[in-house]
Ligand binder design. Structure first.
Ligand code: GLY
Length: 276
């Protein structure tokens, strides 16, 4: 983690906490925390999102709140700085959960979300070349996410990503899939995932963590059990932020690093790039 990323994470935590401290909802705190990270260009989301192999930046995001179990998501959205806000609009102004592709982009434009300059057009690549490039995939991640608990006892979770390095055009990972990249339920907790989306989807990890929390284990115990299975069964790699309505939380990863942090309003926010 660079010093700029650490400073940005602290700023994002402060934005989210101050909203909660003033009586704001967990949902709004999650959205605005993630907006700071998307805007920075320092992470794989928003301004910093990876390009797909045809040179186009297609992003995914989702958000969910644990009282009503309402959720919103966008996949393969282009040309906006804040996919997380597009996801919140899907949740709040439609009866749907997920919008995809050009129609998700059009939806965001309708609500005048801040546009993002599109990268210069690339040479048209043959599909053979695209596939060859894909096979040299490096497992760099960097999805951004947040979980929050507000004064009413409601939890929320969100995530936003540019996907993984060197992905096929049109590829969508776990982030916009409710139950995979995020889940939030006031009866169990809020979960936001980062990591290799194809592995996270196969185990529906966010919902699996919530289901196991219901059985009474601590967040740390639950995530470790789920991650053991993720690694053993599908050779997965991931990190999780988990927060319960009782205020218990954990940050666990089976990646070498995970830049993350927390703040309860006392002292300075804690930010590290390794947890266990
Ligand atoms: N976890 C982000 C992705 O795989 O797209």
């Amino acid at each position: 983690m660079t010093s700029s990323q650490a400073a940005c994470l602290r700023a994002a935590l402060q934005v989210g906490y101050h909203l909660l401290d003033r009586g704001g909802s967990a949902l709004i705190a999650v959205e605005h925390t993630i907006r700071v990270l998307e805007r920075s260009g320092l992470f794989n989301a928003g301004r910093g999102a990876y390009l797909q192999l045809d040179g186009v930046r297609r992003m995914d995001a989702s958000i969910m709140e644990g009282d009503s179990l309402r959720a919103g998501a966008v996949a393969s959205i282009e040309g906006v700085v804040h996919p997380i806000s597009a996801a919140r609009y899907v949740m709040e102004v439609t009866e749907h959960v997920l919008l995809v592709g050009p129609m998700a982009t059009k939806f965001a434009q309708h609500f005048k979300l801040e546009p993002q300059k599109r990268p210069a057009p690339q040479l048209v690549l043959s599909y053979d070349l695209v596939l060859k490039r894909m096979r040299t995939t490096r497992n760099r991640h960097g999805t951004v996410g947040a979980v929050a608990l507000d004064q009413s006892g409601t939890v929320a979770a969100g995530a936003s990503t540019g996907g993984i390095d060197r992905m096929l055009p049109g590829r969508v990972g776990d982030t916009p899939i409710i139950g995979c990249g995020v889940y939030a339920d006031n009866e169990t907790g809020a979960v936001s995932m980062t990591g290799w989306g194809e592995s996270i989807m196969r185990l529906a990890v966010a919902k699996e963590i919530c289901d196991r929390l219901r059985r009474g284990s601590t967040p740390g115990q639950v995530v470790r059990v789920v991650f053991q299975r993720l690694v053993k069964k599908v050779h997965g790699s991931a990190g999780a932020l988990v927060l319960t309505p009782q205020g218990r939380f954990t940050i666990v990863h089976v990646t070498p690093h995970m830049a993350a942090g927390w703040w309860d309003g006392k002292g300075e926010p804690t930010v590290k790039d390794r947890f266990q």
